[in-house]
Ligand binder design. Structure first.
Ligand SMILES: Nc1ncnc2c1ncn2[C@@H]1O[C@H](COP(=O)(O)OP(=O)(O)OP(=O)(O)O)[C@@H](O)[C@H]1O
Ligand SMILES: [Mg+2]
Length: 678
């Protein structure tokens, strides 16, 4: 509502009359009302009153006088529905470059409207789907690609074509920090580490694959953590925790060096499905994809008139509140600027939400077309009617909106009520259907991650990020437990984890009809924080093992399922304990886990050997070996991931004057077969 001028009693009553009659928006009325108030002249006030009354009569009972002209304005490219007099209502497609906002309560018809618009678009669109709504369009739009996150391979560390590495490091850190609520100290640390990682991968010299993944980033920071253990390292620890939480819950999305070609997907209709993914990860992936497109267009200078591509965000606040109040200091545009620039590049945004109040002001201000659907919530209703500048009488109408009805306002035009088209989309597309239709996408080979020598050296030659000898719990985000709600498949897999703890994940897949189903089940367990994935490297083969979490153990205990816990430390550590024990047994020794404090104790005749599994080269491993020697074993065998770890440990022990005669080093891979002793 416009601000009211200062008024005398008489002019006050003229003003009220105008307001009640809903004619204040009329420029002529505003002029006379303002003049009457300013002059305090009775004659002028009388004049004003007459004009207001005349206007009010002309306006009659219709609070939406613009309805008929609106239907003729529409050039019919996109049709949304009809007016109450039967005229078709819609928008020229290009109007979407100025963005569109749809607000309505659950069941009001937002998704239905999206279905309608998506099917009419002549340019490609991307939908970020949190509820598996849009996969069903695959039956209507044959060329649609639906990418459930379980099938998605995406490396957010690969900058868009043409985007500077440092800039991308900045964008990545900014968005990661926003999505996981990191403060600026941590953000800067993250950015520096990423730049360092790019450097170790030689990307500043030559921009070509392999690219590091988030796993390598994590590894680099973990290494850094070890190096600087004694310094104040809270923000460093926080970043590592956040990154680890994300890699643990994101399934295999980030487990790639290259991933799908995002740039090419801009020519296709794509539904990205994120339901079931942890919230932080959802936010991060949506935002980074959004930023990716923005940075890509900016770098390529894809300026042009007209619409090229549309984003559909059905829960808009998930992207447009995280961006909130982003400062320009980092050189990354605030959302106002971002939405404005998106327009220059022909990127349209169609945003829906139930809660207008949680959207940024800028998205409310920068969406040229707004549709208000049925909204019971007072606050949401007021937010939206204010943003649309609805008059009192228009609000009264908007309050009575039913399912599939809307008040639409576009450009500088007056709002109009619309009965939206009912678009029926059969919701029948299952995971299996998707899988069958899209085999090519699901099974496109993804090259393994690669680690160049400079990187391996920098992280001290560690095998994977699993090098901690003991479990570090990463409980940055508490799981909302509904413990009993596991699917039957998930229970089956969990029991298999208990019975065969060292079975590779892929072998567990044989318990299920197809890999897709199996992957879903595994994801369910990871999401529920009952198991976590660990990478086991045997020779050149990498396999994933599932490790029970404390929560997983608790869940099993509740079900009165006994979990034997033989061996200690991470599943990887225990795997090698078992492997060493079995090897000794095969060779005719008596061998046991966890005897006399040794990881493995082996005995034959009068010979007694202690085995320590050293997952890394830290001082604790040196201590363990020393203790075993002091206990008086004939031999102490230290089994390490690789030669680099052996070299470092050997060096440290020599420095500390450890008696090396009784000490032997072996590599993990020596225990893949049986021929080990010399
Ligand atoms: N234009 C319409 N005409 C008639 N019925 C409609 C219309 N739009 C939606 N409906 C009915 O309302 C139901 C819910 O609509 P829809 O799924 O689009 O709501 P929504 O706003 O997306 O809800 P949510 O916020 O829960 O996702 C539809 O299944 C349909 O039966
Ligand atoms: Mg919906």
């Amino acid at each position: 509502m416009a601000e009211s001028p200062r008024r005398s009693d008489e002019s006050e009553s003229v003003y009220r009359l105008a307001e009640r009659a809903d004619v204040l928006d009329d420029p002529a009325v505003r002029r006379v009302v303002t003049a009457a108030a300013a002059s305090d002249d009775p004659w002028l006030q009388q004049q004003a009153k007459q004009i207001v009354v005349a206007k009010a009569v002309a306006q009659d009972a219709d609070p939406f006088p613009d309805t008929d002209s609106a239907t003729t304005r529409n050039d019919g490219q996109l049709e949304f529905g009809v007016t109450k007099t039967g005229g078709r209502v819609g928008l020229p497609e290009d109007a979407l470059t100025k963005h569109m906002l749809v607000v309505g309560q659950s069941g009001a018809g937002k998704t239905t409207l999206f279905y309608n618009v998506m099917q009419q678009l002549s340019v490609p669109f991307w939908a970020f789907d949190l509820k598996r709504d849009y996969r069903h369009l695959i039956t209507e739009l044959g060329d649609l690609i639906v990418l459930p996150w379980q099938q998605l391979k995406f490396n957010p560390l690969v900058p868009p074509q043409g985007v500077d590495l440092r800039r991308w490091a900045q964008v990545f850190s900014e968005i990661f920090s926003h999505a996981t609520a990191l403060l600026s100290g941590s953000k800067n640390y993250l950015m520096k580490q990423l730049i360092e990682l790019y450097r170790l991968y030689g990307l500043f010299d030559q921009r070509e694959p392999p690219y590091p993944s988030v796993f390598e980033l994590q590894q680099l920071m973990e290494r850094d953590k070890i190096n600087y253990m004694r310094k104040s390292s809270t923000y460093r620890d926080t970043v590592v925790n956040r990154v680890e939480a994300m890699t643990l819950t994101a399934g295999s999305i980030f487990d790639c060096s290259q991933g799908i070609p995002i740039e090419a997907l801009l020519d296709r209709n794509v539904v990205f499905e994120f339901d079931g993914l942890a919230r932080d990860t959802q936010n991060f992936v949506m935002e980074i994809l959004f930023a990716f497109v923005f940075e890509y267009r900016l770098a390529q200078q894809h300026r042009d008139t007209g619409l090229h591509h549309v984003f559909f965000l059905d829960e808009g606040k998930r992207v447009f509140s995280v961006y909130k109040e982003r400062q320009d200091a980092a050189g990354i545009p605030a959302i106002d600027e971002l939405t404005a620039k998106m327009r220059e590049f022909g990127e349209g945004l169609v945003v829906a939400d139930q809660e207008a109040s949680k959207l940024t002001d800028s998205i409310k201000a920068n969406t040229d077309t707004k549709l208000l659907l049925a909204t019971g919530d007072r606050q949401q209703f007021q937010e939206m009617t204010a943003a649309m500048q609805l008059s009192e009488r228009q609000r009264a109408v908007a309050e009575t909106l039913d399912v599939g009805q809307a008040v639409m306002q576009t450009g500088g035009h007056d709002p109009i009520p619309v009965v939206l088209d009912d678009v029926e989309v059969a919701k029948t597309v299952s995971d299996v259907d998707l899988w069958m239709r899209q085999k090519a996408w699901f099974h496109a080979p993804v090259p393994d991650r690669e680690q160049p020598a400079a990187f391996i050296e920098a992280v001290g030659g560690h095998v994977e990020s699993d090098d901690a000898d003991e479990d570090e719990e990463t409980t940055t985000e508490e799981q909302d437990g509904d413990e009993s709600g596991l699917s039957a498949g998930a229970e089956t897999m969990l029991k298999d984890v208990v019975e065969n703890p060292f079975k590779p994940v892929t072998d567990r897949y044989e318990l299920f009809d197809n890999d897709y189903k199996a992957n879903q089940v595994k994801t369910e367990l990871v999401e529920a924080d009952l198991v976590r994935e660990r990478t086991l490297k045997t020779g050149s083969v990498r396999q994933k093992l599932l490790e029970l979490t404390e929560q997983g153990r608790d869940w099993l205990a509740d079900q009165e399922i006994d979990v034997e816990r033989k061996g200690r430390g991470s599943i990887i550590h225990r795997y090698w304990q078992h492997q060493v024990r079995d090897t000794f047994e095969l060779a005719g020794w008596t061998a046991e886990l966890e005897q006399l404090d040794a990881d493995v104790y082996a005995k034959q005749g009068g010979d007694e050997i202690a085995v320590e599994i050293a997952m890394g080269d830290n001082d604790r491993e040196v201590e363990h070996a020393k203790q075993r020697l002091e206990q008086g074993f004939d031999k102490v065998l230290v089994v390490c991931p690789n030669q680099e770890v052996i070299n470092t440990l050997e060096e440290k022990m020599e420095e500390q004057g450890v008696a090396m005669e009784r000490l032997r080093f072996r590599r993990f891979r020596d225990f893949n077969d049986t021929e080990i002793f010399s």
